[in-house]
Design a protein around this ligand. Structure first.
Ligand SMILES: NC(=O)c1ccc[n+]([C@@H]2O[C@H](COP(=O)([O-])OP(=O)(O)OC[C@H]3O[C@@H](n4cnc5c(N)ncnc54)[C@H](O)[C@@H]3O)[C@@H](O)[C@H]2O)c1
Ligand SMILES: CC(C)(O)[C@@H](O)C(=O)O
Ligand SMILES: [Mg+2]
Ligand SMILES: [Mg+2]
Length: 345
């Protein structure tokens, strides 16, 4: 572990320099990694591990779109691609990458194959932390670990192919073998992480649910809609409202924030923009602080988990979800977005 300074706070983190791929491969050389589920994280993690020289198989229900995708990606039936049951039987490390709702359904099946000394791996603290609702309680004689990439599985793969990486957190819930730490760090490096920071299952799920409901997705979507709607109400054209709300953010300013931080972005726009943004940021922070408090409370009380599990298990959930997404896609704002994207040179 490298002790590094993060804004004045020292943290122990793992970097690729101190934990090279060769070391990770050596630790995992006798393990068969079974990736269970081939949705978003499954492909990213499975392909990165395979290309990094680990012994990987995939388990996915058939027939399904995800099975077909696995075949397209080069996994071969009965060689490296199996039913969920067969992959769980063959795997010494079971990477449980079904959807969080799918994990609940499949737990009775998967847990049968968790024999002594195997490793159960998650990319989310959800199933374990909320096990009063999920029923996921692993046996005491296996290792239970987590590596959670901080971003989409699609980005994990894209960054790997570009020779880059996506940061991940890691955690150990149960260390039966005494080598759970080595294994999870090796897996974290193997899936293509940038650097790895340590957490526990509960902190991972609390922060992850807060982040995606907050700035990463929920708050972002809400604030973009609010500004677009305001500009339209005040008589601005769709082009003007969309460019001033979304396009400039995603195509210019947020990229600068990613490269060099918020201060640098502020320093590289007009003094007029700078002054106004520096003043208004306080108002926006203060206005949203109570909402963030409410959000964290809803996560910590288990209300978010309960809602997510209940809705995801309804038979018509997918249809209702598609309807909700269609409404967004067909709204004036996002239909404008589709047109604007087509016009990008
Ligand atoms: N999506 C991401 O980029 C992302 C990022 C970080 C962590 N995670 C975590 O990784 C895990 C996997 O998430 P995901 O988004 O890749 O999952 P997903 O929603 O894409 O689903 C993965 C697979 O689960 C299968 N599945 C779903 N329900 C099933 C059921 N009832 N029976 C059998 N198979 C079923 C689907 O066929 C699919 O191939 C979750 O714990 C999630 O929280 C996801
Ligand atoms: C990609 C995200 C939002 O970070 C992940 O947490 C998820 O749940 O899909
Ligand atoms: Mg999440
Ligand atoms: Mg996340």
């Amino acid at each position: 572990m490298a002790k590094l300074n993060f804004g004045g706070i020292e943290e122990n983190v793992v970097t690729r320099e101190e934990f090279p791929l060769e070391k990770a491969r050596e630790i995992m050389k006798n393990e068969t990694i079974a990736i269970i589920g081939y949705g978003v994280q499954g492909p990213g993690q499975a392909l990165n591990l395979k290309d990094n020289g680990f012994n990987v198989i995939v388990g996915q229900r058939k027939p399904s779109k995800s099975w077909d995708k696995a075949v397209q990606d080069g996994w071969v039936e009965d060689e490296t691609l199996f039913s969920i049951e067969e992959a769980c039987e063959k795997g010494t490390v079971i990477q449980f990458l079904l959807s969080d709702a799918g994990q609940i359904d499949l737990w009775p099946t998967v847990s049968k194959y968790l024999t002594e000394g195997k490793t159960l791996y998650f990319s989310h603290g959800f199933g374990i932390t909320f096990n009063d609702k999920t029923g996921i309680v692993p046996p005491a004689n296996v290792d239970v670990v987590l590596a959670a990439p901080k971003g989409s599985g699609t980005t994990l793969r894209r960054k790997f192919l570009a020779g880059e990486g996506l940061n991940s957190s890691f955690a150990i819930y149960q260390d039966y073998s005494g080598s759970a730490r080595d294994k999870i760090v090796a897996l974290g490096i193997g899936i293509g992480s940038g650097y790895l920071f340590e957490t526990d299952f509960k902190k991972e799920v609390y922060s992850d649910l807060t982040g995606e409901r907050g700035t990463l997705m929920g708050a972002l979507a809400g604030i973009l809609e609010a500004q677009y709607n305001l500009l339209r109400k005040k008589g601005h054209s769709p082009s003007e409202a969309f460019n001033e709300t979304v396009e400039e953010l995603t195509e210019s300013l947020i990229l600068l924030v990613g490269e060099n931080g918020m201060d640098w972005m502020f320093a590289n726009c007009s003094t007029t923009a700078q002054r106004g943004a520096l003043d208004w940021r306080h108002k926006f922070r203060e206005a949203t602080e109570p909402v963030f408090e409410e959000l964290y409370e809803s996560v910590a009380s288990g209300a978010e988990a309960k809602r997510s599990i209940e809705l995801n298990s309804q038979p018509d959930y997918r249809e209702k979800l598609e309807e909700e997404l269609r409404e967004i896609r067909e709204s004036e704002m996002w239909a404008t977005g589709a047109q604007v994207r087509k016009l990008r040179p």
